[in-house]
Write a protein that binds this ligand. Sequence first.
Ligand SMILES: *Cc1c(COP(=O)(O)O)cnc(C)c1O
Length: 418
Amino acid sequence: MTYQNTLQFAQNLDQEDTLKEFKNLFHLPVHEGKQQIYLCGNSLGLQPKSVRQILDNELDKWQNLGVEGWFEGEDNWINYLQHLKEPLGRIVGAKPSEVTVMNNLTVNLHLMMVSFYQPTPKRYKILTEGGAFPSDQYALETHLKFRGINPDEALIEVFPREGEFTLRTEDILQKIKENKDSLALVMMGGINYYSGQVFDMKTITQKAQSVGAKVGFDLAHCVGNISLNLHDWNVDFAVWCSYKYLNSGMGGVSGIFVHKKHHQADLQRLAGWWGYDEATRFKMQKGFVPMRGADGWQLSTPTILAMACHRAALEITDKAGIENLRKKSIKLTEYLRFILEEFNQKNENILNIITPKNPEESGCQLSILVEKNGKELFDKLIRNRIIGDWREPNVIRLSPVPLYNTFEDIFRVGEALG
Ligand SMILES: *Cc1c(COP(=O)(O)O)cnc(C)c1O
């Protein structure tokens, strides 16, 4: 498609957009009486208007029913999780039994590694992307130390080549091959938070499993952003958060995926009563018997208020349809790239967009490396009501989100830059 840097052109695309009404389902941030152009869904998705009502409902139940809220009525808390599993399954490409909702992301990463990282003296290495999100780095480092394994020996980080900003799949596959006898686990992001690069999860999974390793992905930047097919890709496990592209609120409850092929296996796990076989959970007997499926990894009483936000938000994503969202997203992001490149031509190419151009390798986020005065440029954008985020040392991230961003928003970015 050919794009134009005019308001009319942008407004025409908005007119044709079949998802244009979804924006009205969100509160768009306002600063000093002016609406912001919010391009920061990669960090915190916006608040769905329906969240307040659903929270009110749950607070009313608590107020009026007390503990009986767990059991009373169709919409009781005991079965609350059931409202989330089907829409989430559709969003990540999984069967409902393969997903559950619990805890927060980093906690879940540790819990999944308890089950899927089973080192032996011969097979103990973990491969990850160099420059992974810090929480993932710390989780891997300390998890290894906890197992009595030296991270310097066991952790393989794959970095971009000299002078490049993104990883080559062939380099990841090569490292897997080089470590084929000692590799226990591949655990990496599905999208790198800094560069916005989407990794070829299907190919990486196949290769890693072919040498006898397990594979897990941190999908914090993927879920609600790109199309996923976790079941068909045969991924062993995955974890994600709900507060970025799933718009479920600050520190909202996290999700996990455990492939069906592991549901009958007696995997190691750290357990709590909420993962206990539902039929006999309240007999309070000795000896842990897990529920089948991902639900068997739950530990604690579900956080109903966070799940209520999640439920309201998932309904919106599910209604729009992840495939439709993705189609619009590709166009929005292409338009943003077009606008940035046009600015670049007039300004000595000061912006270096490090996110790959190929839509297979990028989600909605563009990461813009600015060698000189990057922070000043970022602050200027903020003063012009353009809300992105800044990642040290020199990257601006802008993420047009198809649920609530418009082509006009993108045009305004160009206007502000100019
Ligand atoms: C946002 C993000 C996290 C955050 O983890 P929390 O436990 O929710 O704080 C972790 N990993 C990645 C890749 C992220 O993008």
